[in-house]
Design a protein around this ligand. Structure first.
Ligand code: AHG
Ligand code: MN
Ligand code: MN
Ligand code: MN
Length: 334
């Protein structure tokens, strides 16, 4: 039972029994993610001091190279998970290939793999707008005791055992699911503790917000153009409100709380859209469904897509159930 004001640590321990497989390992994994998130949060909060502390590519006062924040975040998450020997493999938006972690005594006996988008919305950093981190967890499919292979990473999203995101916003929050609903925890920065602030988060079935980069309108498929016109028409509860931050995590987070749809369609320039199936769409689709929402590529359920490559991209329609279904209807008609 989710109790408001419970700490994330207490929540993890209390809900361990819900995990069917190696619950201790999955708990430790979530624990490591919350720890890395604190480290990244600290660095993100200093980003505004870049003129004082030095920009990416510069050398700082200690003679160290300053890193871009997405590289920093990538290393922070990978290091935390690797040092604690909790997972058997990691794939990241920032890495060309997956990383094998042999674990204690090189036994390859850890059970989970993690996929991450270490810093989502990184173009927002320089202008002090919210960014995030997205993570996705699977059980490996190849036999324990052997190093992980690509097959372990190319699983459809419906096999996820956990997924979540961290939003470095006006407050820092971690929102995640292990398949029993979605819970959100807010960081109290004074003491470094996350508290359950948003128990059992649900997408409203209907919403009034549409989030899409309308600057690309001319490149959109006809179905999306028609749906946007529908959102803008004066009829019933429309026109809807347009909100687009340009950081999937923040756009999703707002839409889940207020009700809305996020669209990154295929365009004439990017025939598969821009967002990555494994690091962005699958974890967000899992959270959407866990919260009663919906996610599709315009016709097919995101979580049922069989991935064929680590950095594969897909069109993404995600959010309040009725809104996503309406958008799909427009896609089919066009
Ligand atoms: P990332 O910063 O991890 O590369 O992801 C950026 C993604 C996503 O967060 C965002 O919604 C989208 O790119 C914005 O793209 P446009 O600038 O093309 O709208
Ligand atoms: Mn991203
Ligand atoms: Mn990223
Ligand atoms: Mn990127």
């Amino acid at each position: 039972m989710a109790k408001k004001n419970q700490t994330l640590g207490e929540f993890i321990i209390e809900n361990q029994s819900e995990f069917k497989y190696s619950s201790g390992e999955l708990s430790r994994l979530i624990n490591s993610i919350r720890l890395a998130a604190k480290v990244v949060n600290h660095e993100v909060n200093k980003a505004g001091l870049v003129d004082i502390l030095g920009a990416a590519g510069d050398t700082n006062i200690q003679g160290e190279d300053q890193q871009k924040l997405d590289v920093y975040a990538n290393e922070a998450f990978i290091k935390t998970l690797t040092n604690r020997e909790i997972v058997c493999g990691i794939a990241s938006e920032e890495e060309d290939d997956f990383i094998t972690i042999q674990g204690r005594n090189k036994k390859n006996d850890n059970k989970y793999i993690v996929l991450i988008d270490p810093l989502d919305g990184s173009s927002n950093i320089d202008v002090n707008v919210s960014v995030g981190t997205i993570f996705s967890v699977y059980r490996r499919v190849t036999p324990e005791g052997t190093p992980v292979t690509l097959e372990d990473f190319l699983q459809p999203g419906n096999r996820q055992v956990a997924a979540g995101y961290i939003v470095y916003g006006t407050s820092t929050m971690i929102v995640y699911s292990t398949g029993h609903g979605v819970n959100g925890f807010t960081l109290n920065p004074a003491i470094g503790t996350y508290y359950l602030s948003h128990p059992n988060m649900k997408f409203p079935e209907d919403g009034h917000i549409y989030s899409v980069n309308e600057g690309n309108y001319v490149h959109f498929p006809q179905g999306v153009k028609n749906y946007i016109k529908y959102c803008q028409a004066e009829e019933g509860d429309r026109p809807y409100t347009s909100r687009y931050i340009g950081s999937l995590v923040s756009d999703f987070h707002r839409n889940m709380i207020k009700g809305g749809i996020y669209i990154y369609p295929n365009t004439s320039k990017d025939p598969n859209g821009k967002l990555r199936l494994l690091y962005e769409c699958n974890p967000m689709a899992y959270l959407a469904e866990q919260g009663g929402g919906k996610a599709s590529d315009g016709s097919q359920r995101i979580l049922d897509i069989q991935p064929t490559a680590l950095h594969q991209r897909v069109p993404f329609f995600c959010g309040s159930k009725n809104m996503v279904e309406k958008a799909e209807e427009f896609m089919q008609k066009a």
